[in-house]
Design a protein around this ligand. Structure first.
Ligand code: PFF
Length: 457
């Protein structure tokens, strides 16, 4: 312990916790449905390019800021370059944390309901898209149920975040992430051997550039940032608990690799099964919830157990992400406003609950928040709008400013030094070039393009 704020206990603990933040509903829920809406292969290729060309450099920049300052998303800017308006970028990150957590916990709540349904044997036997579709719509359209589920999920998040860094978060992540990986692999094997599965693999990996739209470019960037948990200071916050003797670039790169692998695995589970079941890839946020049960049905006797394991672990993967979202907010109030962890966690958790209510009611419960054929809600419905505004726009804006700050204000030299504490950073020159020029310019260009073509909404 160097600061009295707590630290990760080991490199593995940090990697699993950071990977736990990165891996979540973004990989299993958001990635497949966004890929489905944007035509598949071309989107996937762009997403991969953005992850490695923009995501990894920004991820390392955030971790370096965090470890060098040992402060929250806001405090890091203050400490590294005192004076000026830069801490506002951290403030934007805290705000983004509220925004993402508010809709994310609604989806996370759904996973709890599906866990219950799996335990009750709902997905036994011959489940088709036609039978699983109404199960989803009924659940999502039930407003009080959605609010209750979201509340339960936020309560779980609060209980872990209260426990602090290594006590709660690290211990949970260490055990559960590897188990999740094994269950997913088993599901890929089942999905790709379903009759008609090859169409799904083709959809995911056939890079047909004629299908590439402005919306696909913009969404691929948003997805890359969202999936890696970057652009809002979550990795600044996690980096601030990182001991100095851990190799930062290697750890960061491993986190990015794990996250990307799980997104592709998510796609490899969903799309073969989706085509085998004859469902529509562009079905939107309900996609995963409609398609997954058809796989358990096709798994025979094992399907029952796999269904339970899958939803339990998906809920846990979501929990390690909601923990990091709340942690960004809580660390800010603890570090900068001198609140106790207990007070910050409860107050901010309850605030997120209130902010999540419109999203919870937007899947059919309240017509004017939902997507209806007569009236187009921007983005589809309130939840999708929040997802686009916070998950795409705000993260992109945050990423631009983080690059400019690290590349031009705090300084490349200091950042490279922080990253090279445990061995030289072999690609320092390339990283610097990416952070100073390529990343900010590319993100600005994609943002302008997205706004110009009105492609997010
Ligand atoms: N990366 C998480 C996921 O893919 O589910 C979501 C997320 C967590 C985004 C934390 C941003 C963040 F700061």
């Amino acid at each position: 312990m160097q600061t009295g704020r707590g630290n990760w206990n080991s490199r593995l603990g940090f990697i699993l916790a950071a990977a736990g933040s990165a891996i979540g509903l973004g990989n299993i829920w958001r990635f497949p449905y966004t890929a489905g809406e944007n035509g598949g292969g071309a989107f996937v290729l762009l997403y991969l390019i953005f992850v490695f060309a923009i995501g990894v450099p920004v991820l390392l920049a955030e971790l370096a800021m965090g470890r060098a300052s040992e402060r929250s998303a806001v405090g890091a800017f203050k400490k590294l370059v005192p004076g000026g308006l830069w801490p506002a970028v951290g403030g934007l990150g805290v705000l983004t944390g509220f925004g993402i957590l508010s809709f994310y916990s609604v989806i996370a709540g759904w996973t709890l309901r599906y866990l219950y349904l799996a335990i009750m044997g709902t997905f036994k036997g011959d489940v088709t898209a036609a039978t699983s579709g109404p199960i989803f719509t009924n659940m999502a359209g039930d407003g009080s149920m959605a609010i209750l589920l979201m509340g339960i999920f936020l309560l779980l998040t609060i209980l872990v975040v209260r426990g602090g860094i290594s006590g709660g978060i690290e211990r949970a992540a260490k055990i559960l992430m590897p188990v999740f990986f094994l269950v997913l692999i088993a599901m890929v094997i089942r999905s790709v051997t379903l009759p008609g599965a090859s169409q799904g693999i083709e959809f995911l990996f056939h890079f047909d550039f004629s299908k590439l739209t402005a919306a696909a470019v913009a969404s691929a960037l948003g997805q890359a940032l969202f999936s890696l948990s970057i652009g809002m200071g979550a990795m600044i916050t996690y980096g601030s608990y990182l001991p100095k003797d851990i190799n930062l670039p290697v750890s960061g790169f491993i986190v990015a690799l794990c996250d990307t692998a799980i997104a592709l695995i998510g796609g490899l589970i969903i799309f073969p099964a989706l085509f085998a079941a004859g469902a529509d890839p562009a079905a939107g946020p309900g996609l995963v919830f409609v398609v997954m049960p058809t796989i358990f049905g096709a798994m025979g006797g094992f399907g029952y157990l796999f269904g339970i394991a899958f939803y339990a672990l998906l809920a846990i993967a979501a929990l390690t992400s909601t923990i990091s979202l709340l942690e960004v907010i809580v660390t800010y109030f603890v570090d900068e406003r001198q609140w106790s962890r207990e007070k910050a966690t409860w107050t901010m958790g309850i605030l997120c609950f209130l902010m999540g209510i419109p999203s919870a009611l937007s899947q059919g419960a309240f017509t004017w928040l939902s997507s209806t054929p007569e009236r187009a809600f921007p983005g589809g419905d309130f939840l999708s709008l929040a997802n686009i505004v916070f998950g795409n726009y705000f993260l992109s804006i945050g990423a631009i400013f983080i690059c400019i700050f690290v590349g031009w204000k705090w300084g490349i030299k200091a950042a490279v030094e922080e990253m090279s504490r445990n061995g030289k950073l072999p690609v320092a020159a390339m990283w610097s070039f990416m952070v100073r020029y390529v990343c900010p310019v590319a993100v600005v260009a994609v943002l302008i393009y997205a706004i110009w073509t009105n492609s997010y909404l």
